[in-house]
Design a protein around this ligand. Sequence first.
Ligand code: PMP
Length: 403
Amino acid sequence: MLAQRMSSLSRWATTAAGDSVTIAGAAGHQIIDLATGDVAIAPPSSVRDGAIIAVSTGMDRYTDPIGLASLRQAVAERLSAESGIDWNTEDIVITSGAKEALLEVLFAVLNPGDEVIIIRPCWPTFPAQVLLAGAMPVFVDARGPRYIPDVTAIRAAVTPRTKAIIINSPNNPTGAVYDRTTLQRIGELAINTQLWIISDESYSNFVFSVVRRHVSIVSAHPSVRSRTIVLKAFAKELSITGWRLGYFAAPTEIVFAARELQSHTTATPNVVAQLAVLHHLQISDGSFERNLHQRLAAARNTGLHILSDLRDVAPPRADGSFFFYLDLSRLLSALSIDGPIRCANDVARLLLEEANVGCVAGGAFGDANGLRVSFSAPPDLLEIGLKRIVETLNSLRTRQSIA
Ligand code: PMP
């Protein structure tokens, strides 16, 4: 029999949507995949060249468990430039992706029975890893159209067992970009109630709103620094999701704990990936990141234009990350409850089976009424996929009207 922790994980499976898209594809359907959170472009040549140099010069040994000092320094410099806060080599831990970073941080700070506040809709890995660490996720719902959490509701969720809060801005799945005031208020609450803040800023390069910029909570409220861990990924910004490299910036005790944990688990992040990203950070002029941003900004504009034809569904804000998050509650409540479409899961299934478009139903993020549509797909496919979504959603009321 498997360990109990495995059953707590099944509720938060991240692969279900991808699996159904793959299965439908394997059955011979030409599926337009707007489920995956992966940008369909090649990584920058600087990253690829760096990997080739690493392999051809025989850089193939273990490194320090928390990564090469040269990479940690380059990351610290870049993070300092982005956030306006001084980060040093000693503050940085390189990991096998942001997922490993999160797990190490949770293992370092949580005891069994501790509670962790998570803003919902949420990336499923947050509650799954909190459970893996033996603690309890406590959800606070953020509501559309902006999906910015109400800090009073967060305060009401704090109990003597609360150990940490996880925030994620820019947000997967909602695209929310938290404003400075909200971040300051969350920071103040964390100080007053002595919480760790785990701030996942993996999508910081992807902000498209004209009125919002990405603000790290450490920049918004510098006094939280001694209780904050900033998580970041190279996966999306360098289009290397499979290379598995991420990092976090944290107070010394967490960095020490991560070195212990990493030395007994993955031993060291992949050295070829470390050297590839280091090469990029050393020689890049930022043009890859700028081009990627431009491409996604164009996809977002085209997408918002197409989605403005939706009836009964408010247009998404899509301020950041690369997801349109549709709130289907108004549409669902206008449908007859006797019909086959009752929740976002049913809508996602219909879109896959009838329109051949893959999306992720909000249930994956703890929200029965949401639908996540990625705009990272190739532009031509995105356009066709979104038009099919609009057509299908607009047809639902006639097909399943209230008697
Ligand atoms: N954080 C969030 C909120 C994400 O959605 C993702 C990717 N799905 C990541 C981090 C990236 O994790 P990794 O570096 O492990 O691929």
